[in-house]
Design a protein around this ligand. Structure first.
Ligand SMILES: [Zn+2]
Length: 364
């Protein structure tokens, strides 16, 4: 073997080991944002002996402490760690800016003229199925009234007018599966480990979740309008129990999604078509996102092998990879039924180029 072929062989070995490492890269939770509801001039719900804002902050800080102690590599970001007012829209923006993998908003519930109702409930973003859930959304969204010029800042939305809630009809959440999973883990922990009464996982039109571009939940840790539950939530022990419940839920959620996404990646990468000889390939781009989307997400269901490309700070998701443009055009008709704004893109040696350029290279 001459020196050139040894060099080439080493190059091939190095690049193939690099490639397989890339294929096995696992989705990992790196950053979590914990949002203590209300704060400063906004006390949130007012109990007989406490404010919602203080209970939310204590439980948020304790939850973050548990996560930091047990997962030192995970970055925990608080939207607030003192008693300050944070505008509602700023909260999910903090999570978006630090590219969080999960957003947990912590609140306490309260009912007027009702001291009997008690228990935990965890909300995900969605359309309310009962008037009770709409009432929670209205109450939590109404904190925007503390801000000057709220109507402009919140797209003309009036938190107290049910008609305003029509804007939520148009949304679709990419993260509904993962949000639901986190919410289920939370309610399970509250019930089985903390001994609370779980009122279940619910959906509502919560502004704070609407603007978060990652899986997100809003936890109502209990009713401070119920004297017994208020006492529990005000106690150091009660807050500690709730925080450890949220931490355990987070741990289960983390294990679950990291296990799933790595398995999916491995299976999918085996199915990837061979690279073509002249370096040109076509595919259908179905999604582009500043946030990483797990390949096992429901948005990709039924679309075949999905490939992720990270280009200039954006994750691009594509299907139907082939060097045969005609085959991709045919496939696009089918995909379009599910994703109307999909389009064909061309790549040359891994770099995006125009379709025209790609065809010219193929012709030459
Ligand atoms: Zn609240």
């Amino acid at each position: 073997m001459n020196r050139v072929s040894v060099f080439l062989m080493v190059l091939v070995l190095c690049s193939s080991s690099f490639f397989s490492r890339g294929q096995n890269s696992k989705y990992k939770i790196n950053t979590i944002v914990i949002d203590a509801g209300h704060g400063g001039k906004d006390p949130g719900a007012i109990g007989k002996h406490c404010y919602e804002k203080n209970i939310a902050l204590s439980i948020a800080l304790k939850t973050g402490k548990y996560i930091k102690e047990n997962f030192p590599n995970i970055k925990v970001v608080y939207t607030r760690d003192t008693d300050v007012f944070i505008p509602l829209k700023e909260r999910p923006e903090i999570a978006n800016r630090c590219k969080a993998d999960l957003f947990i908003s912590i609140h306490a519930n309260s009912l007027k003229n009702n001291t009997r109702t008690y228990g935990t409930e965890t909300f995900i973003l969605g359309l309310h199925k009962s008037e009770d859930n709409l009432a929670v959304a209205m109450k939590e969204n109404s904190v925007m009234l503390y801000e000057d010029d709220y109507s402009n800042k919140y797209e003309g939305f009036n938190p107290k007018d049910p008609a305003s809630y029509i804007i939520f009809n148009l949304m679709h959440s990419l993260h509904i599966d993962n949000s639901t999973s986190m919410a289920q883990h939370a309610e399970h922990q509250f019930k089985s480990r903390v001994g609370r009464r779980s009122r279940g996982v619910k959906a509502a039109e919560l502004w704070v979740l609407r603007k978060a571009s990652m899986p997100s939940v809003l936890i109502e840790v209990g009713f401070i309008s119920n004297p017994k539950e208020e006492k529990f939530l005000m106690s150091d022990k009660g807050q500690d129990y709730m925080a450890s419940g949220i931490f355990r839920a987070f741990r289960s959620y983390k294990e679950e999604i990291e296990r799933h996404s790595s398995r999916t990646l491995e299976v999918k990468s085996q199915e990837l078509p061979d690279a073509n000889s002249n370096g040109v390939s076509f595919c259908i781009q179905i999604k582009s996102s500043s946030e990483k989307i797990p390949l096992n997400s429901k948005v990709f269901e039924g679309l075949g092998t999905v490939k992720e490309n990270f280009i200039n700070g954006t994750y691009k998701y594509s299907v139907a990879h082939s060097s045969n443009l005609r085959a991709v055009i045919n496939k696009k008709r089918e995909i379009k039924k599910q994703i109307s704004d999909c389009f064909i893109v061309a790549y040359y040696k891994g770099k995006p180029i125009s379709i025209k350029e790609a065809r010219n290279i193929q012709k030459s």
